[in-house]
Design a protein around this ligand. Structure first.
Ligand code: NDP
Length: 345
């Protein structure tokens, strides 16, 4: 019987999650049944959506129950297989959560070819976040050459890809992020303008950055950034509502006047398209095209990416709390075990 170390949801957070909401424990895994495989976790992806899964309320996915292993995307090595599709040594993309080993149904796995690049990219630029950027832009943003696109959390897993694809498509791009080192990285990624949302002059800096208004605002954060961008939206602007990370720890509505009438009026008079989406809805229709396009852009250096590695399952909770505060710099990944495709020098 395999023993697995796991992070489970110990209690539901109220506001910001804290260490007592998560618990490390050792679990005995069931034997591998017909069609199943035993996986060893190499990398665990940490993503903002996990905060929503800690709440009892259902969104487009069901919550993690108290006592259950925290949900998450992983890159794993197959250790034992009773599935005709996989052999020991195969590297796969799984959704096996915050744990060192897992028994999974072979049909839930996707094989990763290590020859295509670092296998960790299956959790970032070549995986769910990159795909989110791609479909949000292709299907809703529909940016055209010469238009202005604004995106926040712009050095992150989704935002960095949004800005670079928009640039490939001929747009003028404004990236918003927090802190000086992130500004430098935005410029390296090719954003036309880099803005720090923590700057006291952020609102006026944004006004100067978008003299012709905003045609696409790719919404990743909500809050103060959305408030600032809202006034600059052009007629027929598109707003793919991808995520609202500034609100994920909120326990009550923000103070101040009701801004809904102003928003509805702008949607009406400016003929705005404001559309929420989840990448899941597009997997069957767009994933193959994404893989083809992104692989080509990566191999020709047209898209760059940055990964932020943290070592060890024990450090996953702290890293996750940091993600909600902007302490990550690039796609946040926890190294859980050795990567056989990247031997240590
Ligand atoms: P990131 O790697 O971008 O990390 C999150 C970043 O959000 C932080 O680094 C921080 O960057 C920024 N941030 C946090 N709080 C605030 C705040 N109050 N105001 C402004 N920025 C803030 O995460 P992802 O790229 O994985 O995700 C980005 C967004 O996309 C999230 O909202 C997420 O929920 C959403 N998402 C949606 C999906 C979908 O299918 N709809 C799928 C995947 C992600 P900084 O330091 O620059 O402020």
């Amino acid at each position: 019987m395999t023993q697995s170390r796991a992070v489970v949801l110990a209690s539901r957070p109220v506001g910001e999650p804290v260490h007592s909401n998560l618990r490390l424990e050792t679990r005995t895994l069931p034997a591998v049944g017909q069609g199943q495989v035993l996986l060893r976790t190499i990398y665990l992806s940490l993503d903002p959506y996990m905060r929503g899964r800690m709440n009892a309320s259902r969104s487009y996915a069901k919550p993690v129950e108290v006592g259950e292993v925290m949900e998450g995307g992983t890159v794993c090595e197959v250790i034992e297989s009773a599935s005709p599709s996989f052999r020991p040594g195969d590297i796969v993309l799984a959704h096996s959560g915050w744990q060192t080993y897992a028994v999974q149904d072979g049909r839930s796995l996707r094989r990763i070819d290590p020859a295509r690049g670092p296998v960790s990219t299956a959790l970032g630029v070549l995986g769910m976040p990159g795909f989110t950027a791609y479909v949000g832009l292709v299907e809703i943003g529909r940016v055209r050459p010469g238009e202005t696109l604004v995106v926040a959390a712009a050095t992150g897993a989704v935002g960095s890809v949004v800005g670079q694809i928009a640039k490939i498509q001929g747009a003028r791009t404004v990236g918003i992020a927090g802190g000086a080192s992130k500004m430098a990285w935005l410029r390296e990624l090719g954003f036309d303008v880099a803005l720090d949302h923590r700057s006291p002059a952020f609102r006026s800096e944004l006004s100067q950055a978008v003299p012709a208004g905003v045609d696409v605002y790719f919404e990743n954060v909500g809050g103060a950034v959305w408030d600032a961008v809202f006034d600059h939206l052009n007629d027929f602007a598109r707003v793919p509502v991808c995520g609202l990370i500034s609100q994920y720890n909120e326990t009550s509505a923000p103070a101040g006047p009701d801004r809904l009438p102003r928003l509805m009026s702008a949607i009406n008079t400016k003929r705005l398209v404001v559309q929420g989406f989840t990448q899941r809805d597009f997997v069957s229709t767009h994933y193959a095209a994404f893989q083809r396009d992104m692989s080509a852009w990566l191999s020709t250096g047209r898209i760059k990416y940055r990964e932020d590695f943290v070592d060890g399952l024990d450090n996953a909770p702290e890293a996750f709390f940091g993600l909600l505060k902007g302490r990550n710099f690039g796609k946040l990944i926890v190294r859980i075990g050795d990567d056989p495709t990247r031997p240590t020098p």
